[in-house]
Design a protein around this ligand. Structure first.
Ligand code: HEM
Length: 413
C-alpha cells in the first residue's frame, strides 16, 4: 500500500464499513502530502493544533485548490446567491454571526432552550418507536434515526407542524447533495439540489416575514427580530444560517444514533446496562463520538501562511484534510483506542471538531442521542442485528449506515 493512495482508499466505498485499519496506516505519517498537493493530517495532537490555528482558514474564498465537500456545500450557496454561512467564514465575520445565532440557542441569553426541549424530544422519540409496527424486520434508519432530527430542528426553528413533511423532503435532498461520490447522474442531482435550496429559501423567507410581523417563542422569530451590540441578522444572513442549522444538524445526528445502535448491538452487555440505567447514555454518547464519529474528517481548510508541524512545512495556500476519526483512535492520546468503553475517563474526543468552528449544535445533538438510545434500549425487547456489517451510505465524510435492519421480540410500552 503506498502512502499516497491511502486517502483514495479511505474514500472508496468498499472500505466504508471499516476505515479504521486505513486510519492506523495513515497515522504512521502524521502530516501526509497527497499527490494532488493536499495535506492529510491524522494524529490527535496535530489535528487539534491545526483546528485551533488562526492561520488555517475555513473561508472558501481563500481556496486555491478545487473544493471537496463539507457540512454545507458553499458552491450551492453562491449559485443561489445566499451569502456564506458561518461554518465557511473566518473570524471576525464568523464570530459575529455565531454570537448572534447563539443569542437564541444557548447561555447566557437562552440558558434553558435546549434543556427545555427534553420533554418534546421524548415525545417525538416515543411516537416514532410507537409507530414502528412489525418487529420481524425494522429499518432503524428509515423508521427512527432519519425522521427524528429533522422533526427536532423544525420544532426548534418554529416550522409549523403541517409543513414538517415538506421540510423533511428538502432536508433529504440537501443531505444527499453532500455526498462527494454520488453514484448517480450528477447533473440531475445538482438540478434537484438547486430546486430544493430555492424552495427552502423561498419557504423560509415567507416564514421569516410572518415571524417579523407576529413573533412567537421560537428561534426564527428571535433571530428575525433581535437587535444588540452585534447589530442584527439581515434576511439573507438569516436564510443561510437557518439552512446551515438544518443541514449541519441532520445527517450528522442520524449517523450518531444509527452508529450508536449498531455499536450497542455489537456490544450486548453495554446495551443491557443502558436498558436498566439510562444515565449511562451520557458517557456512552461521548464514547460513540470518539469511537464512531459521524463526521470522520474536516475537509477544505486552507493555510494562510506556511505552517510547521510534525517536522513538515505545509506551504501557504495548501488544502488541508483533518481526519478527526483517525485522531480519535490515536494510541498516543487514548489508551486501547480500538476498544469501545463507555466507562473511559479523559475522553476529550474530536467528534464535534474543536476551536472556533466547534459544533454549535453539540448540546442538542448530545441530548437527542442520549434520549434516542436509552429509549430504544428500554423499549426494544431482545433486539438483534439482521445484517452485519449493514449497507453504508456512499459518503466517507458523513459516515453511517444507509439502512440498519434489526429484529426484536416485542416493543415495550
Ligand atoms: C451528532 C451530531 C453532530 C455532529 C457529529 C456534528 C459535528 C460537527 C463538527 C465536526 C463541526 C465542525 C466543522 C468544522 O470544523 O468545519 C460542526 C459544526 C457545526 N455544527 Fe454540528 N454536528 C452535529 C449536530 C449538529 C446539530 C444538531 C446542529 C444544529 C442544531 C449543528 C450545527 C453546527 C453548526 C452551525 C456548525 C458550524 C459551527 C461554526 O462554524 O462555528 N450540528 N458540527
Amino acid at each position: 500500500m503506498t502512502q499516497g493512495s491511502l486517502l483514495r482508499q479511505i474514500l472508496e466505498y468498499e472500505n466504508r464499513h471499516d476505515p479504521y485499519p486505513l486510519y492506523a496506516e495513515l497515522r504512521k505519517t502524521p502530516v501526509l502530502n497527497e499527490d494532488d498537493g493536499a495535506y492529510v493530517v491524522s494524529t490527535y495532537d496535530e489535528v487539534l493544533t491545526l483546528l485551533h490555528d488562526p492561520r488555517v482558514s475555513s473561508d472558501s474564498r481563500n481556496m486555491t485548490q478545487p473544493a471537496g465537500i463539507d457540512l454545507q456545500d458553499q458552491q450551492q450557496d453562491e449559485e443561489t446567491t445566499l451569502p456564506p454561512s458561518f461554518i465557511r467564514l473566518d473570524p471576525p465575520e464568523h464570530d459575529r454571526l455565531r454570537r448572534l445565532t447563539n443569542t437564541s440557542f444557548g447561555p447566557p441569553h437562552e440558558p434553558h432552550r435546549v434543556h427545555e426541549m427534553r420533554g418534546e424530544l421524548g415525545g417525538i422519540v416515543s411516537d416514532l418507536i410507537g409507530g414502528i409496527g412489525g418487529t420481524d424486520r425494522i429499518d432503524l434508519v428509515e423508521q427512527f434515526s432519519y425522521p427524528f432530527p429533522v422533526t427536532v430542528i423544525c420544532r426548534l426553528l418554529g416550522v409549523p407542524r403541517e409543513d414538517e413533511s415538506r421540510f423533511h423532503g428538502w432536508a433529504d435532498t440537501l443531505a444527499a447533495s453532500l455526498d462527494p461520490m454520488p453514484g448517480q447522474d450528477p447533473t440531475e442531482r445538482d438540478r434537484r439540489t438547486q430546486k430544493a435550496r430555492t424552495e427552502l429559501g423561498m419557504y423560509l423567507a415567507g416564514l421569516i416575514e410572518e415571524r417579523r410581523k407576529k413573533p412567537q417563542k421560537d428561534m426564527l422569530s428571535e433571530l428575525a427580530t433581535l437587535k444588540g451590540p452585534d447589530g442584527s441578522l439581515s434576511t439573507m444572513e438569516l436564510l443561510s444560517t437557518a439552512a446551515l442549522l438544518l443541514v449541519a444538524g441532520h445527517e450528522t445526528t442520524v449517523n450518531l444514533i444509527t452508529n450508536g445502535m449498531l455499536t450497542l448491538l455489537r456490544n450486548p452487555q453495554v446495551l443491557e446496562r443502558l436498558r436498566t440505567d439510562p444515565n449511562l447514555s451520557v458517557p456512552l454518547v461521548e464514547e460513540l463520538l470518539r469511537f464512531e464519529p459521524p463526521v470522520q474528517l474536516v475537509p477544505n481548510r486552507t493555510t494562510l501562511a506556511d505552517i510547521e508541524i510534525a517536522g513538515v512545512t505545509i506551504p501557504k495556500g495548501a488544502s488541508l484534510w483533518l481526519v478527526v476519526a483517525a485522531g480519535n483512535r490515536d494510541p498516543l492520546r487514548f489508551e486501547d483506542p480500538d476498544r469501545f468503553d463507555p466507562d473511559r475517563q479523559d475522553n476529550r474526543h474530536l467528534g464535534f471538531g474543536s476551536g472556533v468552528h466547534s459544533c454549535f449544535g453539540a448540546p442538542l445533538a448530545r441530548l437527542e442521542a442520549q434520549i434516542a438510545l436509552s429509549e430504544l434500549a428500554r423499549r426494544l425487547v431482545n433486539p438483534r442485528l439482521l445484517e452485519d456489517p449493514p449497507e453504508y451510505r456512499q459518503n466517507a465524510v458523513l459516515r453511517g449506515p444507509r439502512h440498519l435492519p434489526v429484529a426484536c421480540d416485542d416493543i415495550r410500552p
